[in-house]
Design a binder for this molecule. Structure first.
Ligand SMILES: [Ca+2]
Ligand SMILES: [Ca+2]
Ligand SMILES: [Ca+2]
Ligand SMILES: [Ca+2]
Length: 317
């Protein structure tokens, strides 16, 4: 649960008390307008509910997505079979809506159109680690020599409550940092089935496989943990991942599903990471870079992303 919402509820309750105090002539029982907060209790099953569209300045027009993560230990190997009994969420990803930006911002952003896509997000945890499965339907388009001609993904988590899910910002003021988000950013420089990232990566920038542990405050202010402009002696970047494609055996272009499997310690002690606890809520956002976007593959700005759904709320077991 995001503290900001609790603050909103608290503010409403205070307002109600003030109304009550100033309205002594009015019976203070059933005639009072109800200020009971809507229930945001997490369903044990995946559910959708209306977004907090009344939250000033932060409208999200998709249904809010919430679900409860599984209690499980996952093997990070690019094989999704150990997730088969675990329920997740379907998340619609789409490109940035340039019409919603300030014209001056929109004018500097170029990309080729890509159709929206429904992806699958699953999350699990055990006593030590959080595990994420991100699956995207699409053809097996992979060039080991050019990661722009292969799929690429990012998984984001809220660090600061004020952060919005477009890399910390929101439209239309996409240059304005609202808070810090944690970002797992992966360009496929290692082959399927290979372990990417892992302990020993200094500065968050994985030099071999390009599974980078990063943070951002806007799409234009993204840095590697401990390797950016902000000193961070506590950087911890043991994030790991393995990718696969279900139709790889059928050859280039074959239709199937991209599989991106990750794990990281629940607690890293790194201020440029989200920290997770049992019973807590992880706020997640997703991005997918489609290698078929243009003749040169995907572009930075052309990625499909979940930000229009608001933060995906995942309760950890
Ligand atoms: Ca697995
Ligand atoms: Ca990198
Ligand atoms: Ca980190
Ligand atoms: Ca990070």
């Amino acid at each position: 649960m995001r503290p900001r919402r609790l603050h909103l509820v608290a503010a409403l309750a205070v307002a109600a008390l003030v109304i009550t105090a100033c309205s002594s002539a009015v019976p203070s029982d059933s005639t009072e307008p109800s200020v009971a907060a809507p229930s945001f209790a997490m369903s044990p099953m995946m559910s959708t509910m209306p977004s907090m569209s009344g939250e000033p300045g932060h409208p999200h027009d998709g249904d809010a997505i919430t679900f409860t993560a599984a209690s499980a230990t996952i093997t990070v190997d690019g094989d999704a079979s150990d997730w088969s009994a675990i329920e997740g969420a379907t998340v619609n990803l789409e490109q940035l809506r340039l019409a919603g930006l300030n014209p001056s911002d929109a004018a500097e952003i170029k990309f080729d159109p890509v159709e929206p896509v429904d992806v699958t997000l699953k999350v699990a945890s055990d006593d030590e680690n959080i595990y994420v499965l991100f699956e995207v339907p699409g053809g097996f388009v992979y060039d080991p020599a050019n990661h722009n001609m292969s799929a690429s993904v990012a998984v984001m988590f809220l660090i600061e409550d004020s952060a919005e899910p477009h890399m910390g910002a929101e439209e239309p003021e996409i240059h304005d940092p609202l808070g810090m988000v944690d970002m797992w950013h992966w360009e496929l420089d290692c082959a399927p089935g290979n372990m990417s990232g892992g302990a020993g990566v200094v500065g968050g920038d994985d030099p071999t496989c390009n599974l980078d542990d990063e943070y951002s405050t806007t799409p234009f202010a993204r840095e590697d943990d401990g390797g950016g402009d902000v000193a961070n002696n506590a950087a911890e970047n043991s994030l790991t991942g393995v990718w696969e494609h279900s139709a790889r055996a059928s050859g280039a272009g074959a239709d199937g599903t991209w599989i991106f499997e990750f794990s990281r310690p629940l607690q890293t002690g790194d201020p440029q990471d989200a920290q997770f606890v049992s019973g807590g809520t992880a706020h997640v956002a997703l991005a997918f870079f489609d290698p078929t976007e243009g003749t040169d593959g995907w572009s930075d700005a052309g990625h499909l992303q979940s930000a229009y759904n608001g933060w995906i709320e995942v309760t950890l077991p």
